[in-house]
Design a protein around this ligand. Structure first.
Ligand code: NAD
Length: 523
C-alpha cells in the first residue's frame, strides 16, 4: 500500500563545487510526478520483461559501447558536478560501470536462467521443482552524490537486465549526471518509461519510498537509511540499504611501510575522502608508528589539491560547505582532546571555499569524534596498537562494518585476521578498490546497512524468486491427505524410522509397519 506524501516542489541547482558555477537548474519532482512516473514504469515493465534476457543483454552491450565512446565527456561532466579529478572519474566511475556491464553481459543469462531444483525429501520424491528468477516490477533507486554515476548506474543495470523498470532519485547535488545516464541508456535502447530520473531533494526520495514501487535500493547516510527502513517496514517494502562506513586500516608489524603509507594516503584522500569505503582511520603496529607517520605526512604534503579539471590535480574540493564543517569540527574536537595535526588541518581558502588540505592526525584516541563518527573528508587519524588481538578489537569497536583493510607481507596471516573482523569486505594489502570488482558483493554489517549490491548477490536482490512445483503422479491421492483413520499416526511413526533410522534392520521393520499408509482410504 502506497503512502501519499504531499510537499512543496522546490527548484534544485547543480553547482560545480570547484568554482561555484551553476551548471543547471531543475524543477524537483513533486508527489504527483513521483506517482505518475511509478505508474508509467509499472505499465511499461511487462513489455520490457517480455523482450527476454537476450534482448536486454544486447541493450547492455550497446550501452557499454556508447559509454566507452563517450568516456572522456562523461568523466568531465562527473568532475564538473562532483569535483573529483577527471582521472578518478574515469577509474572509479566510468570503468566501474563498463565493468559492471561486462559482468552482467557475461553472467546474467546463466545466473538468471530457470533451474531444476532436485528434491531431498524422500517423502516428496514424485515431484519436479523449478526455480524462476522473476523481476520485482518497479525498482526505486535513491543515490548519493559522492559516486553520482557508478552507484546508480551499476544498480540500475542489474535491475534492468532482470526485467525490472527503474525509477531513480539521484542526489539533489548531482542531478545532471543522472540525466546523462538516462540519455545513454535511452540511446542504447532502454525505453523511456523503463528508466526514469526524478530530480529532487529528500522529500522527492521520501515520496518515492512511499510510492507503489516493489523494491528499493538506497545508498546514503545511516540517518536517512534508518528513516527509510522505518517507512519500508510499515508496508513490508523490501530494501537494500548501502549506508555509511568508518573503515579501519590495520598495519601489522611486518608490513612494508612505504607501500602501506602510500595505500593509506590514497585510501584516505581519494575523492577528497568522500568515499563510503575510504580509509577513515588507521591502526599501526607500535614498532612502525613513527616511520609510518613520517611517510604519510611526507606523502600527504605532496598531494596537489585543486580543480579536478586540471590534469595534475589529485584532490578536488569537498562537495558542499556542510561537508567542510563536519571535517573542521572533527579536527577541532580531536585537537581539544590532545591530537596533533602533523599535516594539513585547515581549509585552503586561496583555492576556493570548500577545499580542505589532506590532514594527518597523530596521538588520537577512541574518545575523539574523528575515531567514531564517519568523517567523509580528507582526514587520516593514525593510532598505534600492540598486537594482533588489540588491532582486531580496535577494528571491531565500531558501530559501522562496511569494509576494513589489513596490511602485511604475510597474506595467510592477513586472511586469518580478516575472518575476525566484522565487516562486509576485508581487503588484504589494498583499500577501496573492492568496489571495482564487479563479481564481488558490496555491502555492510551493523549500521553500514542491509543487503548487497554488485556481483551475483546484487543481481539476486533484483529478483523475486518463484518456486514452481509439479506433481508427477497427478492421478494419485497423496498419503498425507485426509482420511487419517486410527492407524495413520503409528504408520507415520514407522515411516519416519524408515526414512531416518540408521540400522538397516530397524528400517526394514519400519518399512513393513508403515506400508499400510499406501493403501489407506483417502478422503
Ligand atoms: P543522504 O542520506 O543525505 O542522501 C542520500 C540520498 O537520499 C539523496 O538522494 C537524498 O536526496 C535522499 N534523501 C534524503 N532524505 C531522504 C528521505 N527522507 N527519504 C528518501 N530519500 C532521502 O546521503 P549523502 O550525503 O548523499 O551521501 C553520503 C552518505 O552516503 C555517506 O554516509 C556515505 O558513507 C554513504 N554512502 C554509502 C555507500 C555504500 O555503498 N555503502 C556508497 C556511497 C555513499
Amino acid at each position: 500500500m502506497a503512502t501519499n506524501i504531499e510537499f512543496a516542489v522546490s527548484r534544485i541547482a547543480s553547482v560545480n563545487p570547484a568554482t561555484g558555477e551553476v551548471l543547471g537548474e531543475l524543477d524537483g519532482a513533486g508527489p504527483t510526478e513521483v506517482r505518475a512516473a511509478v505508474a508509467r514504469a509499472r505499465a511499461a515493465q511487462p513489455d520490457w520483461n517480455a523482450c527476454g534476457i537476450r534482448h536486454r543483454i544486447q541493450v547492455l552491450r550497446r550501452f557499454q559501447q556508447i559509454l566507452l565512446a563517450r568516456k572522456a565527456d562523461v568523466a568531465r561532466h562527473i568532475t564538473q558536478e562532483a569535483g573529483k579529478p577527471v582521472a578518478e572519474a574515469l577509474v572509479t566511475e566510468v570503468l566501474v560501470v563498463l565493468d559492471a556491464a561486462r559482468f552482467l553481459i557475461n553472467n546474467a543469462f546463466a545466473i538468471l536462467r530457470e533451474v531444476k531444483l532436485p528434491h531431498g525429501n524422500p517423502a516428496l520424491k514424485a515431484k519436479s521443482g523449478r526455480i524462476l528468477h522473476e523481476p520485482y516490477g518497479v525498482v526505486g533507486i535513491i543515490s548519493p552524490w559522492n559516486y553520482p554515476f557508478s552507484i546508480p548506474a551499476s544498480e540500475a543495470l542489474a535491475a534492468l537486465v532482470v526485467g525490472n523498470a527503474v525509477v531513480l532519485k539521484p542526489s539533489e547535488l548531482t542531478p545532471l549526471i543522472a540525466l546523462e545516464l538516462r540519455a545513454l541508456l535511452r540511446e542504447a535502447g532502454v525505453p523511456d518509461d523503463i528508466f526514469q530520473v526524478l530530480p529532487g531533494e529528500g522529500a522527492t526520495g521520501a515520496a518515492l519510498v512511499g510510492s507503489e514501487i516493489d523494491k528499493l535500493v538506497f545508498t546514503g547516510s545511516v540517518a536517512t537509511g534508518r528513516r527509510i527502513a522505518q517507512i519500508a517496514a510499515e508496508r513490508l517494502l523490501p530494501v537494500v540499504l548501502e549506508l555509511g562506513g568508518k573503515d579501519p586500516m590495520l598495519v601489522l608489524e611486518d608490513a612494508d611501510v612505504d607501500v602501506a603509507s602510500s595505500g593509506a594516503v590514497w585510501g584516505a584522500f581519494v575523492n577528497a575522502g568522500q568515499a563510503c569505503l575510504s580509509v577513515e582511520l588507521c591502526y599501526v603496529h607500535r614498532s612502525l608508528y613513527p616511520a609510518f607517520l613520517d611517510a604519510c605526512c611526507e606523502k600527504a604534503r605532496k598531494l596537489r589539491v585543486g580543480n579536478g579539471m586540471d590534469p595534475s590535480t589529485e584532490i578536488g574540493p569537498l562537495i558542499h560547505e556542510r561537508q567542510v564543517r563536519v571535517v573542521e569540527s572533527q579536527v577541532e574536537d580531536a585537537k581539544q582532546r590532545g591530537a596533533r595535526v602533523l599535516a594539513g588541518g585547515a581549509r585552503l581558502h586561496e583555492i576556493g571555499p570548500t577545499f580542505f588540505a589532506p590532514t594527518v592526525l597523530a596521538d588520537v584516541d577512541r574518545t575523539m569524534r574523528v575515531m567514531r563518527e564517519e568523517t567523509f573528508g580528507p582526514l587520516l587519524p593514525i593510532m598505534p596498537f600492540g598486537d594482533d588481538g588489540e588491532a582486531v578489537r580496535l577494528a571491531n569497536d565500531s558501530d559501522y562494518g562496511l569494509a576494513a583493510s589489513i596490511w602485511t607481507r604475510d597474506r595467510a596471516r592477513g586472511e586469518h585476521l580478516a575472518r575476525q573482523i566484522n565487516a562486509g569486505t576485508v581487503m588484504v594489502n589494498d583499500a577501496v578498490s573492492c568496489f571495482s570488482i564487479s563479481e564481488a558483493p558490496h555491502g555492510g554489517v551493523k549500521s553500514s546497512g542491509l543487503g548487497r549490491t554488485h556481483g551475483r548477490w546484487g543481481l539476486d536482490e533484483m529478483v523475486r524468486v518463484k518456486y514452481v512445483d509439479s506433481d508427477l503422479l497427478p492421478r494419485m491421492k497423496k498419503i498425507w491427505w485426509f482420511g487419517y483413520g486410527g492407524g495413520f499416526a503409528a504408520e507415520m511413526e514407522s515411516f519416519l524410522d524408515l526414512l531416518f533410522a540408521r540400522p538397516l534392520r530397524e528400517k526394514l521393520i519400519a518399512g513393513v509397519r508403515s506400508a499400510g499408509a499406501l493403501w489407506r482410504k483417502k478422503l
